[in-house]
Design a binder for this molecule. Sequence first.
Ligand SMILES: [Zn+2]
Length: 342
Amino acid sequence: MKKAEEIFAEAKGLIERAADPAAIEELRIRYLGKKGEVTQILKGMGQLAPEERKEFGMKVNRIKADVEGLIEDKKRGFEQAGRSLRLAAEKIDVTEPGRDVPAGTKHMITITIDEISGIFMNMGYSVTEGPEVETVFHNFDALNAAPNHPSRELTDTFYITENTLLRTQTSPVQVRTLLSQAPPVKVVSPGRCFRTDTPDATHSPMFHQIEGLLVDEGVRMTDLKGTLDLFAKRMFGEGVRTKFRPHFFPFTEPSAEMDMSCFVCGGEDPSCRVCKGSGWIEILGCGMVHPNVLKVGGIDTERYTGFAFGMGVERIAMLKHGIDDIRLFYENDLRFVQQFYG
Ligand SMILES: [Zn+2]
């Protein structure tokens, strides 16, 4: 059997060299546990002569206390080291520059809608929106669309039920406005529209329009032309000129399409990609509100007249920024979004 002094010397060396709290726990069990070496020596005391027991007992108990002390010291050492490590890891350097949080940007469709709306708001228009799921009444009937109008066909329109559909244009908002508001009316209405088009570079089954409506006493075609000419100049530059070509829409009479002189080449470049060399670009449809539409809204057509216009938001954005494929707007590719507003 080892002598008490030997056990102490050995325990002291092992405790000092212990690398982690688990090793210390092993040593505690090895020396001070129920079957530990120090415990065993104390148990063996019974074999000694009675006169030796007292001195031996005191010695072993001192060794036991010393081993306990060494183990406690070592444990505290580990705890302190752990705390220091944690503190170092959690330390906050208040002088460190802030991390860059990437900020989102508005999508170009939103920016274009804001820009167009802003131009009309400066002319006193307010912005109003309508539902994307519409009734056949608001989308077609109230807008004077003939019962056999081709856009009513199942092949052109997403019907939800016989009487509800995904609106094919923002024009139903005109009807909703006229039904809820007495003249004077002066609103623009942006939003999503849906048609059963197969996606290609210039078509998408979901797209955006912005619609305008003005109804008041004495509104004439010249007001329409002046308003839209001013819009074109604010949107594309003071140098652009506009012209109006007769057209047909069921909800306006007379109706026109507005062309704008090419803001890229001014009509000087026969190979211009924007105007295809014609010098003119088709911008929007417009006209004087058809009396049948005003009547749906209960408006006295002898007293009030009005004009309306509508344009494709994507088309305006594509022209202005030289984008050649409408699908780029919806593909969520940040490389596309950020090159314009990075
Ligand atoms: Zn051109």
